[in-house]
Ligand binder design. Sequence first.
Ligand SMILES: C[S@@+](CC[C@H](N)C(=O)[O-])C[C@H]1O[C@@H](n2cnc3c(N)ncnc32)[C@H](O)[C@@H]1O
Length: 223
Amino acid sequence: MQRRPEPELMSDQAQVVAYAQADFRAGDQVLIEQLVPLLANRGSKLKIVDLGCGPGNITLRLAEQWSDAEVIGIDGSAAMLSIARKRAEAQGRLTRFLEASIQQLITTPLPVALASADVIVSNSVLHHLHDPQQFWRLVCLLGSPGTVVLHRDLRRPESEQQLNALQQRYLPEAPICLIDDYRASLRAAFTVDEVQSQLQLLGLEQLVVQEEDDRYLSVMGVL
Ligand SMILES: C[S@@+](CC[C@H](N)C(=O)[O-])C[C@H]1O[C@@H](n2cnc3c(N)ncnc32)[C@H](O)[C@@H]1O
């Protein structure tokens, strides 16, 4: 199936509310469990950056799991961050959220707070990028040799039939805007081969790209 990009930022209020109310806990937990062994010998005073953090689902799970870490969520959508900040406050977390697009961050001097991240994660973000190299350039700017990276995202199905089957299996009933978003995300997603090519362009071949179950891919390793 040909890739069809979708809008980058999620700023429409109905879309943001539907996303924030959806239950993604099972997938979020997979990311946390993948990260645990990668950080086993890294100490607890970590700086963890969550790129494209949305309403803070993963960011707050990271802050809970690594309670001594400095966790920073970044997103270009003010509507998403407004929910993330309210959730952090309700949970009594000092998690920081920064409103900035990936494009802004790669074209202006990085805020000092973001420099030298120990860990960079993202979930369901890469497929939003019209130019995915911008995402990987930011990963290189935020990290340094030794930084742990873990990115999970949908991968693009081969056909409309496969896409229909995935939607029926994983999102049979939901608000229509969430179903539309899910379908658009699958069409916008990358394949494992495409992500490997993106990494090669920046000399990041040491990162391992692998298929996960019938709809995800992950990119993990050390810069
Ligand atoms: C599908 S949501 C994922 C949110 C969160 N990572 C999660 O797993 O729940 C994608 C998020 O990426 C953000 N995003 C997309 N393109 C972006 C860009 N170019 N710069 C900053 N944020 C971006 C969107 O605004 C949205 O909040």
